[in-house]
Design a protein around this ligand. Sequence first.
Ligand code: HEM
Length: 296
Amino acid sequence: MGEPADRARFRVHHLRLFAADGAEDELRAVAADLVARIRPAGRADLVEAVLRPLPMRTVLGRLGLDPGLADDLGAHAATARLLHGVVLDNGDQVRSAQAMAALWQACRAAVAAQPADGPLAGVGDVDDRTELVVQAVLSGPASTTALLGNALLRLLGTPDWDALAADPARLDGLVDDCLRHATPVVLWRREATKAVTVDGAALPAGARVLVHLGAANREPGPPLTFGSGAHACPGADLVRAHLRAVLATLAAQLPGLRREPGPAPALTREIGLHGPTELSVTWDRSATPVNVPAQR
Ligand code: HEM
């Protein structure tokens, strides 16, 4: 997110704004509220009903922005992300640029209306604060939604999902598994600040490298889902809390949750971000939901 200078400048604020302390309980409450709205229907598109609104609401809340902006900002961000597309025609480029301008303007107006002592206090001037907000709104919710969708595609219909519904203690293992194997951000750019040899490949200083995080996660070693080192994702713990909250809440509140029969869901058409754009599911309306399991 952003160019290197911005990222270094904003990092201390990112770590503060997107810290995960106490987030899981709050996320479970919001997820339970979203699930309660769809439960009587017995079927839903989970992306639209839960996986998209939840992270957008979190990010706006952390930035001190009105949750009522979620739909507008989400629509601008989705169109702006056309620029990340696998296939990009001239119309997409124009629409993306226009949406980026609209996103900037809407964020700038919201930032300018904030009280001086809001969460963005200390982030520089109004343009700096807008830049931070635009970057966060553009990428954070979409990546989190994609991870949640990938995780459910991986788990629904497997014995692991049934086991989680019966035994919430399985959550830790499944979350770790999904963070490695349901990687949403599959590609990331890095630049070599000095000459280095990686696994026998010599990279000169200044080399631009496209790191395939999805492939790296198939190798032994720690998962690289959130990158690593000085620029590792500052939202990682908050994202993990989303994954825990969503899996636990769905398993407890929607007994018999399963994908609707039919073709595989459509996926994001982005080079670097993989996830389902819809996830049609059904559940047993007559079964009694269990209490949302307490946080470990
Ligand atoms: C599943 C969701 C997410 C994934 C998979 C993800 C992944 C990543 C990755 C791979 C990087 C690059 C790390 C590196 O260069 O080593 C990164 C950086 C970053 N991410 Fe995330 N991210 C996610 C969600 C979020 C959220 C919710 C936020 C906050 C709204 C966020 C904010 C950032 C920022 C600000 C950076 C740049 C950090 C820096 O350069 O100092 N991310 N993320």
